[in-house]
Design a protein around this ligand. Structure first.
Ligand SMILES: [Cu+2]
Length: 493
């Protein structure tokens, strides 16, 4: 009891220290120094150290075999996040994060959506290959007060960790920053990691001012305000600030970690631990990637790791964002979650299988496209462009054909990193070119979002499986809203 109180006090001090770093826009590495007040109301505190909330899966209201039915309402609601005034969030079904949707490969899904906000919204099923007209793109807005049904089939082989969020024209940042984001997990009947206990860790950020209001979450016209917003936010796991996750010493767990922040790069690490990476955006790797110390998680990316906790009783280790320099002002770093071992006896670790799930080679590419990311003369303050143009949903910027395998060279001619996201498919990174020197990717992985570092070229192999117009954009959401988005038209084969 006493030890626990001491620990929580320690976490509180740590949290305040981290806040100080966030406020000072300072070094990418985090430290313990700095004792400034938290950026919320005087006398209010954000509770830390509470037991990690386990996200509950949304109930399937269909009794039919192979079918999932549910309802999502996007609406403002009052949430009690801090020991202080309540905060008006925008939530799916009055929850933050929104409800976890758990699906199975091959399932027919139908989700009724009611937009109870006062602006257009959509639901984008990030990373899932659903038909273009069910993808919740800005071309398909759901007006305030309107309902629509999203219907699609969960693709075979798509088991993995996804999320859903609004994708309305010019207001995606606003809507995500106010709370509209939620995890979606696709399961397969033959998961090779089935026996390993699992946690979903949904990382979001929220900026709350002294009155309990969401700060700086307004539609953004340029990059500058977005930067301010990102720097000011508190990073939360499953909607909680620095929660405590208790496990038995020596236990092995599978964590699905989602970067669902609007615009924050994170480099994930656990103090005193190394882990195996077993999956990326689109699901499992072919083989576990062992002995990993930290992992870059760009905005919108997911990673699945398997971690064997130290065989030591009653100790605390922090899951951290170590910070990342490549996004310029975005490398802040933060403590995300305390991993605390119980005083139970040490349990036996679970061995990982040597192979997970084969990753199909996409076959030879029949065409190579060049996609240049650039910025206007104003640079950081102005617009970011794709092939010299700002987003116009009435224009087609790139074309492809159903099933055609293509190489895309994503050339970043700006001074910032951009996490680039292609709708409707999962692609593979072939390699990176830095100062003219090409380095092939060392293992295949399914991604829907790839970080393209400043000045580098990332080459991906990609294929679209159904016709229609798809979005291709930067997932730093303020960049997307400011026009760093293109239309990819997929023509019938
Ligand atoms: Cu960008």
């Amino acid at each position: 009891m006493r030890r626990r109180q001491v620990l929580q006090a320690g976490l509180a001090i740590l949290a305040i220290g981290e806040n100080a770093f966030g406020q000072m826009h300072s070094a990418p590495r985090i430290g313990m120094g700095g004792m400034m007040a938290a950026p919320i109301a005087p006398g209010s505190t954000w509770p830390v150290g509470l037991p990690l909330r386990r996200l509950q899966a949304m109930q399937n209201t269909s009794a039919a075999e192979g079918e999932f039915q549910g309802e999502l309402v996007a609406a403002p609601y009052m949430a009690h996040l801090i020991d202080g005034p309540p905060t008006q969030l925008w939530g799916y079904n009055d929850s933050y994060p929104g409800p976890l949707i758990e699906l199975f490969e091959g399932q027919r899904v139908s989700i009724d959506f009611l937009n109870a906000l006062d602006i257009d919204s959509t639901i984008h099923w990030h990373g899932l290959a659903v038909p273009a007209d069910q993808d919740g793109s800005p071309m398909d807005p759901v007006p305030p007060g309107a309902r629509r049904r999203y219907a699609f089939e969960v693709p075979a082989g798509s088991a993995g960790t996804y999320w859903y969020h609004p994708h309305a024209h010019r207001t995606t940042t606003l809507q995500v920053a106010r709370g509209l984001a939620a995890p979606l997990i696709v399961r397969s009947a033959d998961d090779p990691l089935q026996g390993i206990p699992e946690q979903t860790l949904m990382i979001t950020s929220l900026a709350i001012d002294a009155g309990g209001e969401i700060r700086d979450a307004r539609p953004l016209m340029g990059g500058m305000r977005g930067m301010m917003m990102a720097d000011a936010g508190e990073v939360l796991v499953n909607g909680q600030r620095l929660p405590t996750h208790r496990v038995d010493p020596g236990a092995t767990e599978r964590w699905r970690i989602l970067n669902a922040t609007a615009d924050r790069y994170m480099r994930i690490a656990v103090d005193g631990h190394r882990f195996s990476v077993v999956g990326t955006d689109g699901g499992l790797l072919a083989q576990p990637l062992p002995n990993v110390g930290d992992w870059l998680l760009a905005p919108a990316q997911r990673v699945e790791i398997v971690l064997t906790v130290a065989a030591r009783q009653s100790e605390t280790f922090l899951l951290r964002d170590l910070g990342y320099g490549g996004g310029a002002r975005r490398g802040l770093g933060a403590a995300l979650m305390a991993l605390e071992t119980t005083d139970a006896s040490v349990v036996e670790p679970i061995e990982l299988p040597s192979t997970l799930r084969p990753i199909a080679a996409l076959g030879p590419a029949s065409i190579r496209q060049r996609v240049v990311l650039s910025s206007t003369a104003m640079g950081m303050m102005g617009s970011f462009l794709i092939n010299g143009r700002s987003f116009d949903m009435n224009r087609v910027d790139l074309t492809t054909q159903v099933d055609r395998v293509e190489l895309w060279d994503l050339v970043n001619a700006t001074m910032l990193d951009h996490p680039m996201h292609v709708h409707g498919t999962q692609f593979q990174v072939i390699g990176r070119t830095v100062r003219g020197r090409f380095t092939p990717a060392s293992y295949p992985a399914w991604l829907d979002t790839v970080n393209v570092p400043a000045g580098e070229t990332v080459t991906i192999k990609t294929q679209q499986l159904s016709p229609g117009k798809r979005m291709f954009h930067c997932h730093l959401l303020p960049h997307e809203d400011a026009g760093m988005m293109a239309v990819l038209e997929v023509l019938p084969a």
